[in-house]
Design a binder for this molecule. Structure first.
Ligand SMILES: [Zn+2]
Length: 295
């Protein structure tokens, strides 16, 4: 082979290697290729919760909706080029939170899975345990007050604070995600008993964005709790015409009186918040509360 021919071959090889590397890098990138931005996606899964958090190529999922929403969640993660999950949190064993989790764990390598210390006798919960076993995952119990790093952000657990509750909802794992001077509070379906404990423990519950607990139910989101959080934005994750009358009028009245900007997945689809550590932006205009909502 001539010297020129060798050079050309080498150049072609280098280009091929470079192309393949950049291609495989690309596959592992999340949608937010911008650095220094934390995005919180409240995915529209009908009645239930599924929240994707992304930051500098890190990804975390809090809940995965009902069984029937599993495809919606996986499609959403795929569309956002997620290839692995740093953290997965199943807030509590109700099917509108963990229904799609088995499919997610079967599909995505997961570094750490958090579940509360409570079991449930449903097929949905058994399917989750099977997926955990099949993928040789360990369950980590949330340790209150412990800080975990997540890209440029951190999160700490604020609930649950007891070992036993009467209501399954109160076992919900709650986290406060902080990035710079901005913060998000996500508490699954934590009810008033859990809220009282968080207040009693004097956690710093203040947050810019509160996912209203239990789909905007009046069993949660008590006045003293809302006083402590004092959010600018509230998100309600729920299905249209659900059987529970969510969001409850009492909760919507509180939102109106406190002039909190409300976002609803049943009315507005998936809601995406983005924080640069100082400012928060939202992909939608806030929902305007109607007379019907507070009746
Ligand atoms: Zn729920």
């Amino acid at each position: 082979m001539s010297r020129v021919g060798g050079l050309i071959l080498l150049t072609v090889l280098v280009i091929l290697i470079y192309y393949n590397n950049s291609k495989s890098d690309k596959d592992t990138y999340s949608s937010s290729e911008r650095t220094g931005i934390v995005e919180v996606h409240f995915i529209d899964v009908g009645q239930g919760d599924a929240i994707l958090i992304e930051a500098d190529n890190h990804a975390m999922l809090v809940d995965a909706g009902e069984n029937y929403a599993e495809r919606v969640v996986i499609d959403y993660l795929e569309a956002n080029h997620i290839s692995r999950l740093d953290y997965v949190i199943g807030t509590h064993p109700h099917s509108d939170h963990i229904g799609g989790l088995d499919g997610v764990l079967n599909r995505y390598p997961t570094d750490r899975l958090f579940l509360p210390s409570v079991t449930h006798t449903t097929k949905t919960f058994e399917n989750l345990l099977d997926a955990i076993e099949d993928n040789q995952l360990n369950i980590t119990k949330p340790d209150m007050g412990q800080a975990y790093s997540f890209g440029p952000a951190t999160f700490t657990f604020v609930a649950p604070n007891s070992d036993e509750y009467e209501e399954m909802n109160d076992y919900s794992i709650g986290i406060k995600l902080t990035y710079g001077s901005t913060s998000f509070l996500l508490l699954g379906d934590a009810g008033k008993a859990s809220e009282q404990e968080m207040l009693k423990n004097h956690y710093d519950l203040s947050a810019d964005v509160l996912k209203l607990s239990h789909h905007g139910s009046s069993d949660s989101n008590s006045e003293p709790f809302l006083d402590a959080v004092d959010p600018t934005y509230a998100v309600i994750s729920l299905g249209k015409d659900n059987d529970y009358g969510h969001p409850h009028a009492e909760t919507m009245k509180e939102m109106m009186e406190r002039e909190i900007k409300v976002y609803r997945t049943d009315q507005q689809g998936t809601i995406i918040f983005a924080s640069d550590g100082k400012n928060i932006s939202v992909n939608k205009e806030n929902y305007l509360i109607t007379e019907e909502d507070i009746k």
